[in-house]
Design a binder for this molecule. Structure first.
Ligand code: IPM
Ligand code: MN
Length: 370
């Protein structure tokens, strides 16, 4: 297969982790005779520094002309600490989501068995945890009317949804539930918010089209608690942009590290694959970041291109690396390896299903792979 992939590394550590994901994609291309071409573009803080815009037209055009986008992360403390900044790196990401019509953000939460100890949650609570969050991505309070009064002492952001915006993501979430444990939980705040009542009403109607799926409704405050108390009850979670942002970060705690979780954003135009974490500026240039979230995002990208076997091979390579006990610094207790070393291992593992990473040999410096 020939595929054109727009690669947007963004800020902070993300040039480093993207490099590892590209090693893995290249290994897949070589093994299966695919031809992937990468078109690099700037987004976020780096793009502001170079062009004044967080999402230059050239970058957007390259996304629109590609089969998929692999995205790093954006964000820079110099903007976080300046609430008056007119241009912000985040506008690059939000602008891209809107321009590509990426209404559906998919965030799977899986627990790697040998990393359970990393989670602050007791291991017994993590038994059977396997969920996926469907977060609406281009509506709600992120994109609703916002503003300030002239004296700047009052401000507002509006949570606004149309029925169609809810329906289109809900169909995708239900289709996913059909392929999984057939349970869908709508997370909202329908006891208080009119927009949430629209979500609930819409889902109550739509649920009739999916009689095999058990639909459940949960207020977001309770969901935040249930995520910790009884996380294995969730299969597919469907929710709005803002609630999805919050509970997906919360869910990552179950996995033990934010550096492990990938995401896919799909919609009207080119789909985007990105880790759920931020740009970790403190780690930039130190080769210590965890590339796994980005590598797993690349696996979702392969799957999206219809390369299911290839996606599975990448996911399995990640499990094999983690099983070896080697891992980047965030995976405390693992024997520490650098970000680039993790990429090298994954590249080798993707090439050959019979390879094993041997921690003992790695530690003694004799050999790394048997
Ligand atoms: C995410 C991020 C973004 C969001 C930020 C960087 C704008 O937190 O992808 O979850 O809030 O959507
Ligand atoms: Mn977030």
């Amino acid at each position: 297969m020939k595929a054109k992939i727009a690669v947007l590394p963004g800020d902070g550590i993300w040039p480093e982790v993207i490099t590892q994901a590209l090693k893995v994609l290249d290994a897949i291309a070589e093994r299966f005779g695919h031809n992937f071409t990468y078109c690099f573009g700037d987004v976020g803080g780096v793009a502001i520094d170079k062009t004044g815009s967080p999402l230059p037209q050239e970058t957007l055009d390259s996304c629109l002309n590609s089969d998929a986008v692999l995205f790093g992360a954006i964000g820079d403390p110099k903007y976080d600490n300046d609430p008056t900044a007119k241009v912000r790196p985040e506008q690059g990401l939000l602008g891209m989501r809107k321009a590509l019509g990426l209404f559906c953000n998919i965030r799977p939460v899986t627990i790697f068995p040998n990393l359970k100890h990393l989670s602050p949650i007791k291991e017994s609570y993590l038994e059977g945890v396997d969920m996926v969050i469907y977060r609406e991505l281009i509506g709600g309070i992120y994109f609703g009317d916002k503003g300030r009064t002239e004296d700047r002492r009052e401000a507002w952001d509006t949570e606004y949804y149309k029925t169609e915006e809810i329906e289109r993501i809900a169909h995708l979430a239900y289709q996913q539930a059909m392929k999984r444990r057939k349970k869908l939980t709508l997370v909202d705040k329908a006891n208080v918010l009119e927009s949430s009542r629209l979500w609930r009403e819409t889902i109550q109607n739509l649920a009739k089209q999916y009689p095999d799926v058990a639909t459940d409704y949960m207020f977001v405050d309770n969901a935040a608690m249930q995520m910790i108390l009884y996380p294995s009850q969730f299969d597919v979670i469907l929710t709005s942009n803002m609630f999805g942002d919050i509970i997906s970060d919360e869910s990552s705690v179950l996995a033990g590290s934010l550096g492990l979780l990938p995401s896919a954003s799909i919609g009207e135009k080119t789909s985007v694959f990105e880790p759920i974490h931020g740009s970790y500026p403190q780690g930039a240039g130190k080769d210590i970041a965890n590339p796994i979230a980005t590598v797993l995002s690349a696996a979702m990208l392969l799957d999206h291109l219809g390369l299911h076997q290839e996606g599975k091979i990448v996911t399995e390579a990640v499990s094999r690396l983690l099983e070896s006990g080697l891992g980047t610094r965030d995976l405390k207790g693992s024997h520490e390896i650098t970000c680039s070393k993790a990429g090298d291992f994954l590249e080798a593992l993707v090439h050959d299903d019979d390879l094993k990473v041997d921690k003992q040999k790695f530690s003694s410096g004799t050999s790394t792979i048997i």
